[in-house]
Design a protein around this ligand. Structure first.
Ligand code: COA
Length: 170
């Protein structure tokens, strides 16, 4: 199985949207349903539009990578570097249910981390939910640590803020 990570291009957008929608529906139905409000999930899903993906792809501080497994889009990761601050945020990562547990999530994360390091970042953070154990395990394996517990954050739901520092500063 060959996994290739590359920047998303305009022609990838419709397929990437399909893959991400199916990935998040699967995650919602198999893990999140009793934790994350349906209204929140529906809102998140409504953001999967060509216009928004195009905007993310063109955003000057953003990055948007897709994973291709044997030539087919299997997942994606996107985020941003906050200006010239050297601080990166991962905003979204998901892998399609047909490709779970085959190393794609890790390959996406490693690619994003390598990209952020090459861009001179000293730190990357993300928000996750306590129920998303596959994701939390992946982040811990990558060296992320829980930096803060965000009680009753978005939609009144608890989140965990996790971070990885690339080197010591100050
Ligand atoms: C999190 C996610 C991206 C991982 O993708 P993946 O391609 O299945 O992950 P990998 O195969 O690269 O696994 C890497 C590590 O993640 C952890 N992991 C992945 N799936 C797991 C599971 N079902 N249970 C426990 N740990 C899991 C393991 O530590 C794994 O390493 P290992 O295989 O050596 O044990 C995927 O589960 C997903 O899309 N989840 C739904 C969306 C989501 O939660 N996104 C993150 C929001 S913050």
């Amino acid at each position: 199985m060959g996994i290739e990570i590359r920047a998303m291009e305009e022609q990838d957008i419709p397929e990437t949207i399909r893959v991400m929608k199916e990935a998040w529906v699967h995650s919602y139905e198999s893990i999140e349903e009793r934790y994350y409000p349906r209204e929140a999930h529906d809102f998140d899903m409504s953001l999967n539009t060509v216009e928004r993906y195009t905007g993310s792809m063109e955003y000057e501080y953003g990055f948007f990578f897709i994973a291709e497994v044997d030539g087919k889009i299997a997942g994606s990761i996107r985020g941003e570097i906050i200006g010239k601050s050297g601080f990166g945020m991962i905003r979204n990562i998901a892998v399609h249910p047909n490709y779970l547990r085959k190393g794609t999530g890790r390959a996406l994360m490693e690619h994003a981390v390598d990209y952020l390091k090459a861009e001179g970042c000293h730190k990357v953070s993300l928000n996750t939910m306590p129920v998303l154990l596959p994701a939390i395990n992946l982040y811990l394996k990558m060296g992320f640590v829980p930096e803060a517990y965000l009680a009753k954050q978005w939609w009144g739901v608890d989140f965990i803020y996790m971070s990885l520092w690339f080197d010591k500063i100050g």
